[in-house]
Design a protein around this ligand. Structure first.
Ligand SMILES: Cc1cc2nc3c(=O)[nH]c(=O)nc-3n(C[C@H](O)[C@H](O)[C@H](O)COP(=O)(O)O)c2cc1C
Length: 214
């Protein structure tokens, strides 16, 4: 059976609140940029739905990369910025697959809703995305083309269906050659994102990063 490339997460504010206060905040001025595309899937409101890569706890629905971005935000105290396109992506799975495939084939850089004007305020930039057709989604290309991240520490994270970072780290390096790209990024399978251990896993990763950077 065709595997569906989606994972919807529902997280309650209470589960986010359970995250310990930022463990390594204020050391650097932090921005968390992410792209995430939750799909329109019927959820029946019951806890622990899984299968076909759909998973629900309860409460608020988000994309899996978005959920990781929120956890990173809670740990670091950084600012969140969501990359959004002027033309929305299809919210149904099959049309989204086809649309993203064609966009990539055509090498189309979608127009973004907003540009970040105050990049000078940040020293390190987490950058998060799903993998689409073995690459970063095209909005990431638009973002990296439009923003100069020279001199900043770039920390990638991804949620994926098995491809991990694929070629995305190389692509980020190519598009932002003067940024300091951290190669120990966080790659979490969409099947694991909603696990109870994810908050701790992200925190452990951040702690390791901090000790590597010191
Ligand atoms: C258009 C599309 C293409 C995808 N292609 C891949 C892929 O090539 N490799 C992979 O590991 N996962 C692929 N996936 C799965 C997503 O990377 C995965 O579901 C991810 O967690 C979605 O994150 P989001 O909810 O933040 O958008 C694809 C998903 C979509 C929608």
């Amino acid at each position: 059976m065709k595997k569906i490339f989606i994972l919807l997460l529902a997280v309650t504010f209470s589960s986010l609140n359970a995250i310990a206060e930022p463990v390594n905040s204020h050391a650097q001025r932090t921005l968390i940029v992410y792209f995430s595309q939750p799909e329109n899937v019927k959820l029946d409101g019951v806890d622990g739905i899984s299968g076909a890569s759909i998973l629900q706890k309860n409460g608020q629905i988000s994309g899996s990369t978005q959920y990781l971005a929120q956890i990173i935000q809670r740990h670091t105290g950084g600012e969140l910025f969501r990359i959004e396109t002027v033309t929305p992506y299809p919210t149904q799975h099959e049309p989204l697959l086809r649309y993203a495939e064609q966009e990539q084939r055509d090498n189309r850089y979608p127009e973004l809703k907003t540009k970040i004007d105050n990049l000078a305020d940040y020293d390190r930039v987490f950058i998060g995305y799903p993998i689409w057709w073995y690459k970063m989604p095209m909005p990431l290309y638009s973002f990296l083309q439009q923003h100069d991240l020279s001199g900043k520490t770039l920390i990638p994270f991804t949620s994926h269906g098995g491809s991990r970072f694929s070629d995305s780290l190389r692509e980020i390096k190519r598009l932002q050659p003067d940024a300091r790209l951290v190669t120990q990024g966080l790659a979490i399978s969409r099947d694991d994102v909603a696990d109870d251990g994810t908050v701790t896993r992200v925190g452990d990763w951040l702690n390791k990063l901090t000790s590597v950077q010191q």
